[in-house]
Design a protein around this ligand. Structure first.
Ligand code: ZN
Length: 150
């Protein structure tokens, strides 16, 4: 910042894509998105692709998401959400031993359905139509609030 001029054009060759994604809301587990697939890999939606598929987000991490990969979709870099992975990424146990894949935010081609609801901070159960009810913006479900020690 003092004297050195950084030429951002050499870093980002897709200004259009970057601007579009800056206005995209952060998504949450339960939201449905579509992605472009090429050669069994999820690819940047501004490149060539073979097909479009919809995926459910199962975990949100810095700069990206983990998606549930149904068995009828073959994605090369998917992995199994075993107990360790589910716990580490706070993935709902209904996806235990299912395939998941990591994508960066820029791989989201479109938001298909933004689920209105929240996952409970304690039991991780997803509650439709729930909203944040804690000071830190998180949500704790009714049963966890009345049974704080389970
Ligand atoms: Zn709960």
């Amino acid at each position: 910042m003092f004297g050195a001029v950084i030429d951002y054009s050499s870093i980002y060759d897709e200004d259009f894509a970057i601007n579009l994604h800056n206005s995209m809301p952060r998504l949450n587990p339960g939201d449905t998105i579509s992605c472009m697939i090429n050669n069994s890999l999820i690819v940047n939606p501004y490149r060539d692709y073979e097909e479009t598929q919809t995926f459910i987000i199962v975990a949100k991490v810095d700069e990206g998401y983990y998606l549930y990969v149904p068995h009828y979709i073959n994605i090369k870099d998917s992995k199994v959400a075993d107990q360790y992975v589910c716990k580490k990424l706070q993935i709902n146990t209904k996806y235990l031993n299912e395939n998941i894949v990591y994508i960066s935010e820029h791989m989201v081609a479109a938001i298909v359905k933004k689920d209105e609801g929240c996952s409970c901070k304690i039991c991780k159960e997803y509650k439709r139509f729930a909203g944040p009810n804690q000071d830190d913006g998180s949500f704790i479900c009714y049963s966890c609030r009345i049974n704080p020690y389970i």
